[in-house]
Design a protein around this ligand. Structure first.
Ligand SMILES: Cc1ncc(COP(=O)(O)O)c(C=O)c1O
Length: 389
């Protein structure tokens, strides 16, 4: 049976290559330390789990959940008001998603026709480009470079491309480059979107994993943002609920309506037990969020400070669960270095090129293991390499 052409190019070959090598390394008896996939390793706070336990006993929660519970919509609006000072109408400006990935994938289907152009960061979280590709759209890559603080240079987009573009993806705090953006940049994005009639989609999955007192801002705080775009938020990272599959799209009501209409033909919503957990997370005590960020900050310091001691320098991210590490001295190929690192030390990191060609020269390190394992990763790397010479 022949699969459709659109699925043929879906998986980056390097992931298969790393999986094969990982098995070989394990077969040699070496325990792999996986700093590859960005999946939270910590549990949700007890009050969130308890809310889920209580909801499990309610027989009403086993029906099709459809569009979602009004109390959850109010909780999202309340959270946005408290956290960002952004006002949202729960009835028309919020949509519950089966994890933000659900929305990130489907928004392309809702707005991109075959041949339409979308502006997509390179490197970027893979679903942006993947969703556009599945919808038959064309990608105009926006390079994210260190010299530009990893912000896209909107002025460098040729006007004919900008005029044809229908959708612009942005994502701060960013995966994979771990950069942040402020209101000045978001305001510039609003101007650009108005000038060229482009839908802005901002992914803010990592806004609560921020360090050294830094507080990320929402795209919707920029004046006029709601006229041109939507934002995708996720409970996966903030509350360690990745397996629950719950997230939201918020912002422009016309866009929310189109996305909701598309989704109503595809799925039947988020399990109400999970929605109850979401309400508990958003409206309950937030000290678990502070404690979570503190944990990632400590992990960041173990890795960055530890690797600096052997001469592998990398900037400390102000937010996100990743370190975007320039390759150490003597290396220029991300794939080759990541494979060698796995082979020699059993530590998995992702080559920057897995996120786009502009990721060449970097690897992404996910801070998803506890302090002890991260110290062991540093120790293993230190015993195999010395870049201080
Ligand atoms: C930038 C970014 N956005 C969205 C997601 C998906 O989040 P969710 O679990 O809400 O689907 C991820 C997951 O790793 C991510 O890195």
């Amino acid at each position: 049976m022949q699969a459709a052409k659109r699925v043929a190019s879906l998986c980056a070959a390097v992931f298969n290559e790393m999986e094969v090598l990982k098995r070989q390394v394990e077969a040699r008896g070496m325990k792999v330390i996986n700093l590859g996939v960005g999946t939270p390793d910590r549990p949700p706070a007890p009050h969130i789990v308890q809310a889920m336990h209580r909801a499990l006993d309610n027989p009403q929660n086993y029906r099709y959940p459809l569009e979602g519970m009004p109390r959850l919509y109010q909780a999202v609006a309340g959270w946005y008001r408290q956290r960002f000072g952004v006002q949202l109408d729960p009835a028309s400006e919020v949509l519950v998603l089966m994890g933000s990935q659900d929305g990130l994938a489907h928004i392309a289907m809702a707005y991109i026709d075959p041949g339409d152009i979308a502006l997509v960061p390179d490197p970027g979280y893979p679903i942006y480009a993947c969703g556009i590709g599945l919808a038959g759209g064309e990608i105009h890559p926006l390079p994210l470079r260190a010299e530009n603080n990893f912000l896209p240079d909107l002025d460098s987009i040729p006007p004919d491309i900008a005029r044809r573009a229908k959708l612009l993806w942005i994502n701060y705090p960013n995966n994979p480059v771990a950069a942040v953006a402020g209101l000045e940049f978001f305001t510039r994005v609003v101007d650009f979107a108005r000038q060229y009639d482009v839908l802005v989609c901002h992914d803010i999955a990592y806004c609560e994993l921020a360090y050294d007192g830094y507080r990320p801002v929402s795209f919707l705080q920029a004046p006029g943002a709601k006229e041109v775009g939507i934002e995708f938020y996720s409970l996966s990272k903030t509350y360690n609920m990745a397996g629950c599959r719950i997230g939201f799209a918020v912002g422009n009501p016309a866009v929310i309506e189109v996305l909701a209409r598309l989704k109503s033909n595809i799925d039947y919503g988020v399990f109400q037990v999970v929605q109850e957990a979401g309400i508990a997370a958003l409206t309950g005590p937030q000290d678990c969020v502070v404690e979570n960020a503190r944990t990632y900050q400590r992990r960041r310091d173990i890795l960055v400070d530890g690797l600096a001691r052997i001469g592998w320098q990398m900037p400390k991210p102000r937010a996100s669960m990743f370190i975007w590490a320039p390759l150490p001295p003597g290396y220029s190929d991300s794939r080759q270095f990541a494979l060698e690192l796995l082979e020699r030390t059993g530590v998995i990191v992702i080559p920057g090129t897995a996120f786009g060609s502009c990721g060449q020269g970097y690897v992404r390190i996910a801070m998803v293991q506890d302090d002890g394992l991260l110290e062991e990763a540093v120790q293993r790397i230190s015993s195999c390499y010395d870049f201080t010479a």
